[in-house]
Design a protein around this ligand. Sequence first.
Ligand SMILES: Cc1ncc(COP(=O)(O)O)c(C=O)c1O
Length: 373
Amino acid sequence: MKKIPFLDLSSQYSSIKDEIDAAIFSVIHDSAFVGGKYVEDFEKKFALFAHRKHAIGVANGTSALFLSLKALGIGEKDTVVVPSMTFVATAEAVSWCGAKVCFADVREDDLLIDTGKITLKDGVKAVIPVDLYGKMVAPEEILKIAEDKNLHVVWDCCQSHGAQILGEGKISGAGSFGDSACFSFYPGKNLGAYGDGGAVVTDSQDLSDAVRLFSNHGREGKYEHAVEGFNERLDGLQAAVLEVKLKYLDSWNDKRRKAAEIYRERLAPKGLWMQKVKDSDSPSFHLLVIQHSKRDELSDFLGLRGIGTGKHYPSAIHLLKAYSGLGYKKGDFPVSEKAAERVLSLPVYPQIKEEQIHFVCDSVEEFIAEKGL
Ligand SMILES: Cc1ncc(COP(=O)(O)O)c(C=O)c1O
């Protein structure tokens, strides 16, 4: 069996090469590098895709989170709740605003924020639910807490492009909830640019205007700067690439779902932890994660067979050196801490072949037969 990479962006490119090449050529031909029609067209299409009134293209997912918080007026006196199992960027965005991060542990069955563990001290102004691995956080609980406690909700959808959830008789997509929802278009994402990119989606005209203002040097007109802003814009080349890829996102996600189904059928009966998915969930399967007590050994074992794997994430956020100043310690968020030692992401992408998935599953089964769970 040939190598099975953790991610295969080159075969994705081959499948849409002509369209991508033409899109890139057009941007260069039109010299529409920063702002301009390619960014505007993509923003319109992405707002429709996310069923929101506005989409603002920004530089990356971290800036989408940061600009949302900033536009909501979050600052030095405020605290923002973040799950302790996520990519560091979720917490970084809070610190960029000068606000304080307050972590909350996640649930054992799906590693999504445990709403029962959210501490609502004075100064908590917002919460950032994270659709980890592409499974949407159930909106009811978060929105209820937000309403009761008057909190802003900035949704981290950086892993859930195109995910869906059924609730109250209606299907909703990732990005539908919260004051704003934030997407990353980092190349390996389900919708990935050829460089960095991100977007904020919202229904609020005021929030949309404020995010746009802050992302573009606080500029209202040429050399008219209403506030001190930042340079956090999406560029034209990325927007043109994203517009091509957006057309394929739903069908690519369906292929990921089929791949995930095979993994689940093969591995769940063996007793391995896999993220709990209810009938009402249709995740984007950005990542396909299992847990094992000898995670590093399993990763090496698969590596020797040419199978690429990842660890998302090998440390709970509160234990990272970067957050040592916040005073958290080992044992504060036991579910995240245990998961961080055990999680292993297996290859999942639209182009992965069935026989490759079976080879990965055969290899995992062989390891379990030898070493147990
Ligand atoms: C959950 C989560 N939040 C935020 C980000 C930040 O996105 P970016 O890398 O585009 O800044 C990522 C990207 O990996 C992510 O996975």
